[in-house]
Design a protein around this ligand. Structure first.
Ligand code: SF4
Ligand code: SF4
Length: 244
């Protein structure tokens, strides 16, 4: 037997089984989890003071601001949020409670076909880009789920936005969105487009992407993992794990 056949036989399929089965431990590293306060206990003032991006307040932790620096873990918080953490409303990123329940929406469910994804970087550090493009590699193999990257917004159903919204990218982003045919959806990936992340308040930046476009799904993290991004995209057509 040729050695490559033998190797494939013994290794088996290496592509992730997600979303058919839950993400494995290796696919959900600690940074995929959100810092949450201890059950029922108030948030210690030292934890509020430890956060460099003001994500922690006495009410809870704003996952849309959290950059996963882990400083609060020495002040009584722990990484324990859900691995599939994408939500449809900005307010739902406040943990615990205060954000209401997750609002399931599937704005692209009517398409009933594959989805084409257009990625726009409005000012990232490149980490979120790497996590997004990893979806096309043989491990995540987004094509098996009918998800394809396109180089033209005119062929796109989904606008994936990474990075903090910088002034020079505001107009190109708007033009990309307007060039997309409907129905269409916008996914904000990472703390940068959701809240400005580590760069919040700097001159030349907009506060968040939802000041510019209607965002359908928010994916917290810095950066989020490919599984978290996959979960967010699948939600758009109501075909992810959480939607059955
Ligand atoms: S892990 Fe998040 S919430 Fe905790 S200190 Fe860092 S940025 Fe703030
Ligand atoms: S969210 Fe974090 S990882 Fe993503 S672009 Fe911003 S700084 Fe980089």
């Amino acid at each position: 037997m040729p050695s490559w056949i033998e190797r494939s036989w013994t290794r088996g399929i290496l592509t992730t089984r997600y979303p058919r089965t839950p993400a494995s431990e290796a696919e959900t590293p600690a940074t995929a989890r959100a810092p949450v306060p201890p059950q029922g206990a108030p948030i210690p003032p030292s934890a509020v003071a430890s956060c460099p991006v003001e994500a922690i307040s006495p009410r809870g932790v704003d996952q849309g601001r959290c950059i996963r620096c882990a400083r609060c873990l020495t002040q009584g918080l722990r990484l324990d949020g859900a691995a599939e953490s994408a939500v449809s409303a900005r307010s739902e990123l406040l943990l615990p409670a205060g954000g209401g329940t997750t609002r399931p929406t599937a704005p692209l469910a009517s398409l009933g076909r594959s989805l084409h994804l257009f990625l726009v970087d409005v000012g990232s550090c490149n980490a979120c880009n790497l996590e997004v493009v990893a979806l096309a590699n043989p491990f995540y193999d987004s094509q098996r789920l009918g998800l394809f990257f396109t180089n033209s917004p005119r062929h796109a159903d989904v606008l994936l936005v990474v990075g903090v919204p910088t002034e020079p990218m505001v107009e190109p982003l708007r033009r990309a969105y307007e060039a997309m045919p409907g129905p269409k959806a916008v996914v904000a990936i990472g703390a940068c487009p959701i809240s400005g992340g580590a760069f919040r308040g700097n001159p030349g930046l907009r506060g968040s992407i939802d000041e510019l476009l209607p965002v359908d799904v928010y994916v917290p993290g810095c950066p989020p993992t490919p599984i978290q991004i996959l979960d967010a995209i699948l939600r758009l057509r109501g075909a992810g794990r959480r939607e059955g």
